[in-house]
Design a protein around this ligand. Structure first.
Ligand code: ATP
Length: 449
């Protein structure tokens, strides 16, 4: 089995243009990243697969896109101004800062002192609370009244729109509001590549239910979200659901479970599913003076309870890359392959003219390219030996490659090569689009499962 390390993932992402360290020509900005071509494509796929299962395939869901900077009162009401904090400790020995509740994950411990070969224990200060929200100023005047925050989660934008969706559009619980968008957290110790960054794209859904049904829907959403990963081919053995203990839960939560993935850094939260009760709608009703509740036709009213699955594209991106990364030796040559689900793979198929100097092969290949790119993201590759081109596509996870060769010119067939099995078969050129459509509909399982 391949030993998957974060370093290998980072290096492949950089080498193949998925992800770059941001502001690199200026020395970078710690734990901030820019996405290159294949990274953008893969992120778009993850987002649209989430949206598809959350919104497109359901009757009970609507979409929302709320602002990043909200009225600061939102964050007073939600409890973020007072309590969205992590405990911060400074080390007097190594002069670094750590999260007091994540010391075991950090490099804190015995570190070299200034004298070579000498080790001194870390000497930590008392923990103090550090608010993770980024502050900014709105407008030209800088005073207390202009202070605002970059949102640390997208959820509050959903709660404050409850009335618009539920009351004006007469959506009746149970129903959900889904949104994706950037969130910002001034993390004390970002790191592990994209796992913990200060700017990330969240995908959150708030599901509003009658209070008596909350537990049932909480369990339902844990199962739904776990199945989403399994359907996308993430290995079952690498996923687990961990229920938070009462002490670990946020004050508003009556149940929280993490869907965890066994990252190279160990089992960590991939996605959280929380039963938030009526905390948020009640808080916003009290602070805003606008009642956020559901009124039945007969006049009875209640504040719905909320179930929230919340995840970032970044964590899914890393988990899926780790799950897909594989090294092997084929015909005495090293092969690195991303065995991604075809729906997640940045490029669905490569079109390769065997002899790029042959005009007829090129003409046939470009015609096929034009046909396929109407429906899918496909790539034309004519650079170098065919074996090298296959390897290049393997490394970015392209599930199929269609090769146009001498035989194509004689009998109008092409070779299709499968990324996982390496099997090759011949197809009629005119049937390639239908073949690919069919292949993309087939369930896919990781060869490592
Ligand atoms: P952690 O305990 O790891 O800090 P959290 O419990 O604070 O996470 P939530 O507030 O529940 O995280 O956020 C919901 C989801 O958003 C997480 O499950 C994760 O997928 C994602 N997420 C949170 N913080 C970050 C971050 N700094 N970088 C990338 N993704 C993040």
């Amino acid at each position: 089995m391949t030993d998957v390390t974060m370093d290998k993932i980072v290096s492949l992402c950089r080498r193949r243009g998925f992800v770059f360290p941001s502001s690199e020509i200026y020395g970078g900005l710690g734990s901030t990243f820019d996405y290159g071509h294949y990274g953008v494509l893969m992120k778009n796929n993850i987002r649209s697969l989430w949206f598809r299962s959350m919104v497109q395939e359901r009757d009970d869901m609507v979409a929302l896109d709320s602002a990043v900077i909200l009225n600061p009162s939102v964050w007073e009401a939600s409890g973020h101004v007072a309590g969205f904090t992590d405990p911060l400790v400074d080390c007097r020995t190594c002069k670094l800062r750590f999260r007091a509740d994540k010391l075991e994950d950090s490099q804190c411990g015995r570190r070299p002192s200034n004298r070579p070969g000498e080790f001194r224990e870390c000497d930590l200060t008392e923990a103090r609370q550090f608010n993770l929200m980024f502050e900014t100023q709105v407008g030209a005047l800088e005073d207390a009244s202009s202070t605002a925050y970059l949102r640390p989660e997208t959820a509050q934008g959903i709660f404050i729109n409850f009335k618009n969706v539920a009351q004006l559009a007469r959506r009746k619980p149970p129903f959900g509001i889904a949104q994706t968008g950037k969130s910002f957290r001034n993390e004390i110790t970002p790191g592990n590549f994209l796992f913990r960054v200060r700017e990330f794209e969240q995908m959150e859904m708030e599901y509003f239910v009658p209070p008596a049904d909350a537990q049932r829907w909480y369990e339902y959403w844990i199962e739904q979200r776990l199945n989403w990963y399994l359907d996308l081919g993430v290995r079952r053995s690498m996923l687990r659901v961990r229920e938070h203990s009462a002490e670990e839960r946020s004050h508003y939560s009556s149940g929280t479970s993490d869907i965890e993935y066994d990252f190279p850094i160990g089992w960590q939260e991939l996605e959280g599913v929380a039963n938030r009760g009526d905390f948020d709608l009640t808080q916003h009703s009290q602070h805003s003076g606008t009642k956020l509740e559901w009124v039945e036709q007969d006049g009875t009213r209640y504040t719905p309870h909320v179930i929230e699955p919340a995840v970032s594209i970044e964590r899914i991106f890393v988990a899926m890359l780790c799950d897909a990364y594989h090294e092997e030796v084929v015909a005495e040559r090293d092969r690195t392959v991303l065995r991604l689900h075809p729906a997640v793979a940045p490029v669905k198929a490569a079109i390769l003219p065997l002899i790029p100097r042959n005009d007829e092969m090129v003409a046939r290949s470009r015609k096929l390219l034009d046909e396929l790119r109407e429906r899918w993201l496909v790539e034309y590759d004519d650079g170098g030996q065919i074996g090298r081109r296959y390897r290049r596509q393997d490394e970015i996870g392209t599930p199929w490659a269609f090769t146009i060769d001498e035989q194509t010119l004689e009998d109008e067939t092409v070779t299709v090569r499968d990324r996982d099995s390496l099997a090759q078969e011949r197809l009629p050129l005119s049937g390639v689009a239908a073949w690919l459509a069919d292949a993309l509909r087939r369930p896919w399982q990781s060869p490592a499962a």
